[in-house]
Design a protein around this ligand. Structure first.
Ligand code: SF4
Ligand code: SF4
Length: 255
């Protein structure tokens, strides 16, 4: 490993500290500064490799390093860093469960926050394509594809070989990738119909005895039976359910 990582002690036994993202600082969006920090953290990860099995970001990074002419991070083209960034879906597992070098350790590794910063830089530079914006707009696509009659047509096209080829050519959706069905009878409506019975709320020492149900975009248009079943099970067990109803996209698909 190269010099920036030398001198710190191995691992930390202290609870992780999370520093807020410095997103109002102009340097946050400076690509050269970002590249420098990516190289520093990638170098630490290359020397550690604990996270090889967590997601596709780490194997992508380690494969790039192993295939480079130097066998080190300095041999990896900066343009290839984006492959690593693209594979991170910000589950936070590496930070929360694996990494011994998170703050307060002096190496200050926060891999998910660094990936988030890189995605913000890409967005600022207009690096996200139309297909990225469309496919990550789960609620918007669902609201159009889930219109009665339209839903049946969309589902039929999505299950035909011509439709899949069209999706591949126009939006880059691989013909073998699983894609969901769209439903006009939404999960929100189904869960509302399945809940709302008048019943006494019975709090316990640890719970309030009632549930607020967030259906989610996917549960709303693509898997409506899930929130419906959940509401039925809760109410069967005497736990009243209130469907939140006015949900907005949490933004997760865009990350
Ligand atoms: S936060 Fe990103 S890099 Fe870390 S484990 Fe999750 S997907 Fe992988
Ligand atoms: S995020 Fe931490 S634990 Fe994971 S590979 Fe990098 S340095 Fe190792």
């Amino acid at each position: 490993m190269s010099s920036p990582t030398m001198g710190g002690r191995e691992g930390s036994l202290e609870a992780p500290t999370r520093h807020p993202l410095d997103w109002k600082n102009p340097e946050f969006y400076d690509e050269a500064a970002l590249d420098k920090e990516l190289e520093r953290v990638f170098d630490i990860c290359h020397g550690c490799r604990r996270c090889f099995s967590l997601c596709n970001s780490f194997p992508t990074l380690f494969d790039l390093v192993d295939a480079s002419s130097t066998g080190e991070v300095d041999g990896v083209a900066k343009s290839a860093y984006w492959d690593v960034v693209d594979h991170c879906y910000l589950c936070d597992m590496c930070f929360m469960t694996k990494c011994p070098y998170v703050p307060p350790h002096p190496w200050n590794v926060d891999f998910p926050h660094l990936m988030l910063r890189a995605k913000a830089v890409k967005e600022k530079q207009g690096g996200h394509r139309f297909r990225d914006k469309l496919l990550s707009n789960t609620r918007g696509v669902g609201n159009i594809a889930g219109i009665p009659v339209v839903a049946e047509i969309v589902n039929a096209v999505n299950h035909s070989s011509i439709g899949r080829k069209l999706l591949d050519v126009t939006l880059g959706v691989d013909v073998t990738a699983p894609i969901p069905n769209y439903y006009s009878d939404t999960g929100t409506n189904r869960a509302k119909r399945a809940s709302g019975r008048a019943m006494a709320v019975r709090p316990t020492d640890e719970t309030r005895g009632k549930v607020a149900l967030f259906v989610t975009c996917y549960g709303h248009r693509n898997e409506p039976q899930l929130p419906e079943d959940l509401a039925v099970v809760f109410e069967h067990n005497g736990i009243p359910v209130k469907v939140v109803g006015k949900e907005k996209c949490c933004g997760m698909p865009k990350l």
